[in-house]
Write a protein that binds this ligand. Structure first.
Ligand SMILES: *Cc1c(COP(=O)(O)O)cnc(C)c1O
Length: 401
């Protein structure tokens, strides 16, 4: 029997893989030492577990374990990276380049710095959600200290041309950071071949626990320096103080190990399901795949059903299928997604969009069910919609206020 509701909101968060939970459990009850306690075996065992997790995380992204700083999640890692670079390199310049479709963690951090005197260039994106490389290069000045462009977008799955961006950053000797929270563990990410200087990731997007993540900080060519944003004790090489969340870190390590071993086979299973879902939904009249022509994450799609209100649509089936319109962080507000709007998508179409996030535990049966429920919901809402009727009568709705 299908368990309801079907969960298709894996870009908001993923369930913990049971193997991750199993790995974490001893660190609550038996191996409970403080990883900073150097004077006895309880502390040594905890420290050993943290070191091992650091290797597991580093391995997944091709880094050195010394380049991994554990944090409470990607939001904190983003804050540490951007604010830490800003404080460290302010004497060189105060200019940061980012894009309008970034996650709120990046946008709000940059806005905060803007108030403190930073100059921020907010790059636009094209219809597919991609930044323009010439625009990026033209924005660089001698005062530019950081380029922060996300690896893959959480709402559309659109993947930015990371290598090309890092080539430009290198050429101008500007640090390149990427919020890779949605990409790590889903597609191959390698800090060296991709030319990344700072990278953020989060356990709860890759079948690990909530409240733990990491920042990658390059140590060689170039050696990136940061000003700590949380002081007190000098943990994590002075970059992030505070007693380490040992069970969480063990969980993050295990989830990275599982991703390194299983992502390729997971994708072989998930991608055909995602494509089948897309095809079925696009077969409906006036439905659109947002970012559909750009390279995209294999487990994500964002589909608009014109002349249907997205929130009403979700409300009509959310006891059966769980997903969101736009991102979890902004779905509290009824404003249309700023990501879709930045892609030039009309308010109407942005309001009518659903984001699907498939995952490791998604089944074909669940996808069949979701297709059925959503098709029915769209047709139902349209059958009672005066706007749909007008559209069917040939009224040009775009010209009506
Ligand atoms: C989820 C997410 C974050 C925030 O991660 P947390 O660990 O929840 O703080 C940042 N960026 C992107 C792209 C995300 O998807």
């Amino acid at each position: 029997m299908l368990q309801l509701p079907v969960y298709l909101d894996n870009n908001a968060t993923t369930p913990c893989d049971p193997r991750v939970v199993t790995a974490m459990l001893p660190y609550f009850t038996e191996i409970y030492g403080n990883a900073a306690s150097r004077s006895h075996p309880f502390g040594w065992a905890a420290e050993e577990a943290v070191d091992y997790a650091r290797e597991q995380v580093a391995q997944l992204i091709g880094a050195d374990p010394k380049e991994i700083v554990f944090t409470s999640g990607a939001t904190e890692a983003v804050n540490l990276a951007i604010k830490g670079v800003y404080e460290m390199y302010a004497s060189k310049g105060r200019h940061i380049i980012t894009a309008v479709t970034e996650h709120k963690a990046v946008l709000d951090t940059c806005k905060h710095l803007e108030k403190l005197g930073a100059s921020i260039t907010w790059l636009p994106v094209n219809q597919e959600g991609l930044i323009n490389l010439s625009t990026l290069e033209a924005a660089i000045t001698p005062q530019t200290i950081l380029i922060s462009i996300m690896y893959a977008n959480n709402e559309t799955g659109v993947i930015q041309p990371i290598k090309a961006i890092s080539d430009i950053a290198r050429k101008h000797e500007v640090l390149f950071m990427t919020d890779a929270t949605q990409a790590v563990g889903k597609i191959p990410v390698n800090v060296n071949t991709d030319g990344i200087d700072l990278l953020t990731l989060s356990a709860h997007k890759i079948y690990g626990p909530k409240g733990v993540g990491a920042l990658y900080v390059r140590r060689r060519a170039p050696r990136v320096k940061l000003v700590a944003q949380i002081d007190g004790g000098g943990h994590e090489r002075g970059m992030r103080s505070g007693t380490l969340n040992v069970p969480g870190i063990v969980g993050l390590g295990k989830s990275c190990e599982l991703c390194a071993a299983e992502t390729a086979t997971d994708t072989q299973r998930i991608l055909p399901m995602r494509n089948r879902l897309e095809k079925a939904l696009l077969a409906l009249e006036q439905s659109y795949l947002n970012g559909g022509d750009a390279p995209r994450l294999p487990h994500t799609c964002n589909v608009s059903f014109k002349y249907v209100e997205g929130e009403a649509l979700i409300m009509s089936f959310n006891k059966m299928v769980a997903l969101s319109t736009g991102s979890a962080c902004t779905s509290a507000s009824l404003a249309p997604s700023y990501v879709l709007k930045a892609m030039g998508i009309s308010d109407d179409q942005a309001h009518a969009s659903l984001r699907f996030g498939l995952g490791r535990f998604t089944t074909n049966e669940q996808i069949d069910y979701a297709i059925h429920i959503i098709t029915e919901a769209v047709n139902n809402l349209r059958s009672t919609s005066p706007i749909w009727e007008m559209y069917k009568d040939g009224v040009d709705l775009d010209t009506i206020a």
